[in-house]
Write a protein that binds this ligand. Sequence first.
Ligand SMILES: Nc1ncnc2c1ncn2[C@@H]1O[C@H](COP(=O)(O)OP(=O)(O)OP(=O)(O)O)[C@@H](O)[C@H]1O
Length: 533
Amino acid sequence: MKNNAPLVNFRRLSIPTPWWLVMWVVIPYLLWKALRALVKLLPILGRNWRSLALVIGAAWLWHRHGWIWLVMVLVVAAGLGGLWWWRWRRSCEQFIVLPLLAWWRRLSVYAVHWREAMTVCRLAERFDGKLTVPRLLRVRCTFATDEVLLRMPRGQNPELYHKAAANLAYSFDSRVCRVYSGRRTNPPARPGRWAPLLRAVDRVRFRDRPRLVWLVFLRRDPLRRTVPAFPVPDEPDLTALPLAVREDLETFRLRLLATHLLIVGATRAGKGSVQWSLIRALAGGLRSGLVRLWGIDGKGGVELSIGRELFSRYEYTDAAPMVTMLDELVGIMRARQDRMQGNIRVHTPTLDEPLYVLVVDELLALVALLLDVELRNRARVALALLLTQGAGLGVLVVASTQDPRKEVVELRDFFPTRIAMRLNEPNQVDLVLGDGARNRGAIADQIPADPSMRGVGYVVLDDRPEPARVRFAYVTDDEIRAMASTYAAPPVPEPVRPVSVAPTPDKPPKRTVYRPGPLLPDSLTDFLDGEAA
Ligand SMILES: Nc1ncnc2c1ncn2[C@@H]1O[C@H](COP(=O)(O)OP(=O)(O)OP(=O)(O)O)[C@@H](O)[C@H]1O
C-alpha cells in the first residue's frame, strides 16, 4: 500500500507548519534553479533545433495518426531523399548527407568522450575548485574529415592544442588531428540588391573570435589517391591558380600574383607535379601572350623539355646561356622598372606588359653546383635581383630544389611563398616553411617515400598560421604534350637588355655596378656588390 504520510509531521510534533519558509525560500530557490537550467538549455536547443523539430514532429504524428502514418512518411521521405541524391547529388550531400553524418558523429563520438578526452589530454582547467572543460560547439563533416569547433577556457591559447594534437587524435579514434586557430571559411561574395545588408550580417557572423579553435580529425586519408590534372582555365586567375587537393577535399589555389615560389622536396617527392600543375593553370595565358614562361632546366632537360613549346625562352644544356638568360630577365625587369617608376607601384599583366614567370628546375644546379665561380656568382646576383625586385614588377621566379642547404637558404628568405614536399630531416621543415611550422603540424619529414604518396606536401595558406597538407595534381606526360601543342607560346622577340656581360677568354669580365636608390636599398647593394666581387 502506498504510504502518504508526510516526511515530517509538523502537527504531530506540535511545530507550526513553516509556510513562510516554503513561500519565500524554497519556491524562489527552485524557480531560480529551473530558470538557470532553462537558460543553459536554450543554446543547446538553439543548436539542435532541427533534430528537436524532427523528434517533436515524429512524436506528434505517431500520437495523432498512429505508427502506420509515421512509417509512410518515413518511406516517402527516404524516396524523395534518394531522388534528390540521384539528380542533384552535390546539394543532397551538402544539405542532407553530411549534416546527418555530422549529427551522428557528434552524438556517437565527440559528445560521449568529450569530457574524458579533454581532461586526460590536459586541456581542462581547474579554477576555484571547479573543472572547466573546453566547450564543444559544433561538429561538421566532409567525406574525409570531422571538423570540431570548440571554445577554449580562459587562460589557454591554441599552442596548447597544437601540442596535444596527437593525443587528441588517438582519443577520438583517429590517427591525425590538425588544429586551426583561424576561421575555416571566409565570408561569401555578396552580389545583388541585399548585398549591404548581408555584408553587415556577415561582419558579425565572421567576426574574429580568438577563443575558438577547430580540431580537424582525419577519418580517412583523402590524399592517398592520385589527383588528376585540373582542367585548363581559358584565362588564368593569378590570384587563385588551382594546383592541389587539400585534406578537406577543397581545392588548394595558389596566389601567384606578386610573389615568388620555392618548392623543396627530396628526390622523387613529386616537385615536378607542382611545376606542371602551375604551368597548366597558366596555360591559357601562355597562349594569349599574357604570361611568358621562361625555363631553366638544371637537370639537363629531363624535366621541362617535354613541354618545350610552352616556354618563350628555354635553356637546359650549358650554364653560360642559362646565366645570360637570367641577366636578360634582369634587363627586362630593369626596363619595366624605369617605365613604372613614378607611375604605378604594382604591375598588372597586359599583352604589352606580360607577366614573366621563370621556372628553374633544380636551383642548386645554378647557385651551388656550377664549377665556374664567375658564372655562379652572376647567377646568384641575378637571382637575388629578380627575387628582391621582380615580384611587384611582374617578373616572378618559381624554383624547385631537392635540398634547402646553405646556398639555397641564403636565397630562401627572398621567396615569400614556399612549399615543402617530402623532406629528409625534421629540421628542414622549419627551414622551408618558417620557424615553428613543424610544431604547427607540417610533418613533411614523415611523408612516406612510398610511391603512392608522391605529390603530397605542405603549404601555408593565406588566411591561417597552420600549414595545410595537400596533394598536387599529377599531369601525365601525354597531358603535357597535348597542352604544349594546344597552348604553345606565341613567338615574340624579347626586348633584351642584359645588365652584365658574359666573360670572354681574353677580356676580364666587366663587373656590374649596382646603383642604390629607392628600388635597390643600400643593404642589398652591399650584398650584391659583395657577391659580384
Ligand atoms: N602528384 C603526383 N601524384 C602521383 N604521382 C606522382 C605525382 N608527382 C609525381 N609522381 C610520380 O613520382 C615520380 C617522380 O616525380 P617527380 O619527377 O616530379 O619528382 P621530383 O621531386 O621532381 O624528383 P627529382 O627531384 O628526383 O627529379 C613521377 O615519375 C611520377 O610517377
